[in-house]
Design a protein around this ligand. Structure first.
Ligand code: TXA
Ligand code: MG
Length: 318
């Protein structure tokens, strides 16, 4: 780990600038949570609508206590079991959290990322860091520093930590009393929470009626060229097609570029390589449209298919 780079990144955060940093899921675009002007720059650079709240990244459970309104024992147990890790908890916010961070909501999304660079940056800057994914609003999520540079060339600093390991964004769970509601699927499932803390929570995996998490928008994570679900009955693909598959198999179709997210249909590998595969297709001038194989919606496949469906939504005929 390069201490000089971390120091520089922390200095920029403290000076009200924006730093992109790696987490285990995707790269974040961070600012000092407590500096509203710095946070406003995130919305500006990302071209993100102001109604879409940010996740606050912390490095200690004391920060959780400071940012929320008296977390219950159950919430503390949940945090201790799953943090650091890819789980964001949406909890009643304390007065410390500026409204711009939560888009005026009375709740705040908080997580402790499982990545040494991210944790050290938060510790060195000595403030919780508000950060959405470091992409333009609605576009592909970044899993390398290069992906960040492509979409956000004007960011003040990028801490390069190589390729992220999980590859898709954290699970988001809102906790009200002892009721957990899934707002965004990710590597950690409600089932994992039930198994780790049996009987502590009741679970609601129906989509909330109001749009509490704009990340639940039907369209999101889209590449800048048409993307379609690869339908096997569709034997002949149009010229200049890219094809993304999730397990090696005999191919009965034509395509100009073929990318595997995994050779063996390993869900962890598929998740880790999903956005990189889409970025590679986006970056290849020969590819005019992209086809992607669907995955089975079980286990991590639920979160993977959630991202794929949102990515193709924009290009679906409706
Ligand atoms: O893995 C991740 O979660 C990454 C890394 C950087 O931590 N971050 C990320 O942030 O994916 P973003 O902004 O791309 O997605 C966060 C989602 C948004 O859709 C937002 O609507 C939701 O979290 N969110 C944040 N605070 C919320 C709140 N108080 N209530 C409901 N949803 C909230
Ligand atoms: Mg995002």
């Amino acid at each position: 780990m390069n201490i000089q780079q971390l120091k520089e990144a922390a200095r920029i955060i403290n000076a009200g600038g924006l730093v992109s940093f790696p987490t285990e899921t995707v790269y974040g675009l961070g600012a000092n949570t407590l500096n509203s002007v710095a946070v406003a720059k995130i919305f500006q650079l990302k071209e993100r609508p102001s109604f879409d709240p940010l996740i606050v990244h912390i490095a200690s459970l004391d920060d959780l206590k400071a940012l929320t309104d008296e977390p219950s024992d159950a919430v503390m147990q949940l945090a201790e079991k799953f943090w650091p890790g890819p789980l964001t908890l949406v909890l009643p916010k304390s007065k410390l959290v500026p409204d711009i961070v939560t888009s005026g909501l009375p709740t705040v999304g908080i997580r402790m990322p499982d990545h040494e660079l991210a944790l050290n940056l938060i510790r060195m800057a000595k403030c919780p860091i508000a950060a959405p994914s470091a992409n333009k609003f609605g576009q592909l999520s970044p899993v390398t520093a290069e992906h960040v540079r492509k979409q956000l060339p004007d960011v003040d600093y990028i801490l390069d930590g190589g390729t992220t390991t999980v590859g898709i964004e954290s699970t988001i769970v809102s906790v009200e009393g002892n009721v957990c509601t899934l707002l965004r699927p990710g590597k950690i499932s409600l089932n994992d929470i039930e198994k780790a803390l049996p009987g502590v929570f009741v679970f609601n995996d129906k989509k909330p009626e109001k749009l509490v998490a704009p990340g639940l928008l039907k369209s999101h994570y889209s590449p800048n060229k048409p993307l379609y679900i690869y339908d096997r009955t569709n034997v002949r693909l149009p010229d200049s097609s890219g094809l993304i598959l999730h397990g090696q198999k005999e191919l009965h179709t034509n395509c100009d570029k073929l990318v595997y997210t995994s050779k063996t249909y390993n869900q962890l590998e598929i998740a880790a390589n999903l956005f990189s595969a889409l970025h590679r297709m986006e970056d290849d001038a020969m590819v005019k449209q992209i086809f992607i194989e669907p995955v089975v919606e079980s286990g991590l496949g639920i979160a993977i298919m959630d991202r794929i469906k949102k990515a193709v939504y924009k290009y679906q005929e409706r």
